[in-house]
Design a protein around this ligand. Structure first.
Ligand code: GLN
Length: 434
């Protein structure tokens, strides 16, 4: 099945510590192909890195194998994480195991598809603007985007570093939380990770997995109108049913308003593309990755290498990102986007004075058919309207299966306050328990 749906770019193993005990002992894990694995090629779904073999492993890989998990392969993804369907990969699209004519979501589509197809127990993805939660929603599995700074990004090949976190994908909330327990925590190799001991509630003694107890009695759930407006009716109905199930278990819901999120997707794309244009400048054919056989001067060789190595979506974003940062346009676009980012952060902070979690559809649409959104980048970008706010505000968010509509999976998203992973795990576990 995993081969039919093209979930893996490379199927090679890194054995876990056989003596380890705990929930991940003997578990198999599929790893998104932008997370470095020593001795195993790491392509980012790009021709540019098709033969690139990292000399070291990401911190999250060491933590997983130390906990007994065995890496079974590197999963397909949108090129450098840029996409919502896993169709921009240089290695062909991944198919959704639930319906193979449809996309698995993206950009961590191979990881979610591998878990949904039973090719791995759990998986790692990365989430810059929704790339863990979107494929989790489309494939009917669970995905967690941790609070910025909870999980080390050392060894994650950067797309937009101020927004992204590595996050787990699994069949159940408890399993996803068990992976988070293993990968969370500060790392001397990544200065943006936080020492959790000083942050109240950030590192629950019993771990995140223990919070998957379904106990939402007394919890307050904020339901923002802005994240339901314009969503597919079938998605809205399914998500509302799941929220009603939480109410039946003693949670209280209250309508809230987050006016800033109407601008989140625009701000996200300006910031993500600006950071991408800078991060991807390192792929010049000199130090690693593809190099053209141009015999021209340095400038020509650099241009040709990038012309050959990058796909269309990556080029579009480098161009737009460079433009948004250029003199004269910086204030008009980049600066405005940063202001919008601050506004989104404030809006959520204010909301969390009154509610414990914020609930919405993860994706406003059902899984696209293969090819459907490829010619229409704007449509693809707009599908990220509900997931990007959590990245802009650095907040933790989970996608949990809410049910099905027309036989296709629908995800419910729960966003929590900073380092409130325990709360979103608890709330999500109540959704899957019904
Ligand atoms: N779809 C979003 C984008 O293309 C999110 C990608 C991600 O989270 N890596 O930028």
């Amino acid at each position: 099945m995993a081969a039919d749906i093209n979930a893996f770019v490379t199927e090679e193993r890194i054995e876990g510590d056989a003596d380890a005990a705990g929930p991940l002992a003997d578990a198999t894990v599929a790893v998104k192909d932008n997370i470095s694995t020593e001795g195993i090629r790491t392509t980012c779904g790009s021709e540019m890195l098709a033969d690139y073999v990292p000399p070291y492993s990401a911190t999250v890989i060491d933590r997983l194998t130390d906990a007994g998990a065995t890496v079974v392969g590197k999963t397909n993804m949108d090129e450098f994480g840029m996409g919502t369907t896993t169709e921009t990969s240089a290695f062909g699209p991944t198919r959704n195991p639930v319906d193979t004519d449809r996309v698995p979501g993206g950009s961590s589509g191979g990881s979610a598809a591998a878990v949904a197809a039973g090719a791995a127990d759990v998986a790692l993805g990365s989430d810059t603007g929704g790339s863990v939660r979107c494929p989790a929603a489309f494939c009917g599995v669970v995905g967690i985007k941790p609070t910025y700074g909870l999980v080390s990004r050392y060894g994650l090949i950067a797309y937009a570093n101020s927004l992204e976190q590595i996050g787990p994908i699994a069949g159940t909330v408890e399993e996803a939380a068990a992976v988070l327990d293993v990968i969370a925590g500060d790392d001397p190799h990544d200065g943006t990770t936080r020492d959790l001991s000083g942050i109240e509630g950030a590192a629950p003694e019993a771990g995140y997995a223990a919070a998957a107890d379904g106990d939402v009695d007394g919890m307050t759930i904020g339901v923002p109108t802005e994240l339901f407006d314009g969503a597919d009716e079938r998605v809205v109905e399914t998500v509302e049913d799941a929220i009603a199930a939480l109410e039946a278990r003693g949670a209280e819901t209250t309508e809230i308003s987050l006016p800033s999120v109407e601008h989140a997707v625009q701000a996200y794309y300006v910031i993500a593309m600006a950071e991408a244009s800078s991060n991807l400048a390192r792929f010049d054919g000199v130090r690693y990755g593809h190099r053209s056989d141009s015999d021209g001067n340095w400038n020509e060789s650099f241009a040709e290498t990038r012309e050959e190595g990058f796909g269309a979506e990556v080029k579009r974003r480098i161009l737009l990102g460079t433009y948004a940062l250029s003199a004269g346009y910086h204030d008009k676009y980049y600066e405005k986007a940063q202001d919008a980012r601050a506004w989104v952060r404030q809006d959520f902070e204010a909301a969390f004075d009154d509610v414990d979690v914020v609930a919405s559809p993860t994706m406003p649409v059902l899984p696209f058919e293969l090819g459907e959104s490829l010619d229409d980048p704007l449509r693809m970008y707009l599908a990220d309207a509900n997931t990007t706010p959590a990245n802009l505000a650095n907040l933790p968010a989970i996608s949990v299966p809410a049910g099905e509509a027309d036989g296709l999976p629908v995800g419910l998203q729960l966003v929590g306050p900073k380092f409130g992973e325990e709360t979103i795990v608890r709330a999500a576990s109540a959704v899957e328990d019904r």
